[in-house]
Ligand binder design. Structure first.
Ligand code: ADP
Length: 247
């Protein structure tokens, strides 16, 4: 008897999506009063929150850079974010994800404007369903913009995967855990890639197709990130105008 999972039937995936369809996304900006910038983001069943503090003084001081700000990124998965309670605290995986996420965002941050300071990015995963690094990077990018950190552009992130020998956009947990490959990327709206990782096996042709699909996912996410930021700042602008009119 064959116990292999069938991921795609008549072109439709286990959760009802087509192969080139991403999970629904929800983005809210400015959700934390005490952070300089913040964002709550859902990508399917992933729920993450990003908080940005700074630019501010660096502690410990020996980490200071004389010509630029340093960027720190802490990715943390809540113990209740996965099916079986996760042991709290950092582990090898969270160190790796913090590093690659920081490197995905750093190229667009204009750190030379803030010598000797630090920009701290905290990402908390509240609910995980595969693709938490991409959700975290998307939220962090919006939170950085919300904090008023000067950047060359936003960064958008999405993965493509391989299941049942087909390339799919934005794999969810079952596809990620039991599929053949997972390839998360991050990029600028201009198409500059700032993160590229891959687990599993793909042919060269499949990796090209996965890259194309993940880039399409990033472009769609970028449009959403941009829209929430424009909506938020036009609301703030209108509120300021109304206040000025009263005065
Ligand atoms: P990403 O979340 O960026 O896809 P991984 O590929 O490492 O990163 O993880 C895939 C998924 O596996 C996570 O989103 C989560 O649902 C699950 N997972 C990861 N680490 C754990 C863990 N320690 N305990 C339970 N589930 C985990």
């Amino acid at each position: 008897m064959e116990d292999k999972i069938t991921f795609i039937k008549d072109g439709i995936r286990l959760d009802g999506r087509r192969v080139d369809e991403a999970r629904p996304i929800k983005v809210e900006v400015g959700v934390l009063a005490r952070a300089d910038g913040s964002c709550y983001l859902e990508m399917g069943n992933n729920k993450v929150i990003a908080a940005v503090y700074g630019p501010r003084e660096v502690h410990p001081r020996h980490l200071q850079e004389v010509s630029r700000a340093i960027v720190r990124y802490r990715y943390n998965m809540a113990s209740f974010s996965v099916e079986e309670r996760r042991r709290p605290g950092p582990d090898r995986r969270s160190y790796e994800l913090s590093k690659v996420s920081r490197e995905a965002l750093s190229p667009v941050i204009l750190t030379s404007y803030f010598p000797r300071s630090v920009i701290d990015i905290f990402v908390e995963v509240l609910q995980a369903d595969a693709g938490t690094r991409t959700a975290g990077i998307n939220a962090a990018s919006v939170a950085l913009a919300d904090a008023g950190i000067p950047m060359k552009s936003l960064i958008s992130s999405c993965a493509a995967g391989k299941v049942d020998d087909q390339i799919v956009l934005d794999p969810m947990k079952e596809e990620d855990n039991f599929g053949q490959a997972d390839m998360p990327i991050a990029m600028t709206p201009g198409g500059e890639i700032t993160l590229l990782q891959m687990d599993g096996h793909m042919t060269v042709e499949e990796s090209h197709r996965a890259m194309e699909l993940a880039m399409k996912g990033c472009r769609d996410i970028y449009n959403m990130q941009r829209k929430v930021l424009i909506d938020r700042y036009s609301q703030m602008e209108n509120a300021t105008r109304q206040e000025e009119a009263v005065i």
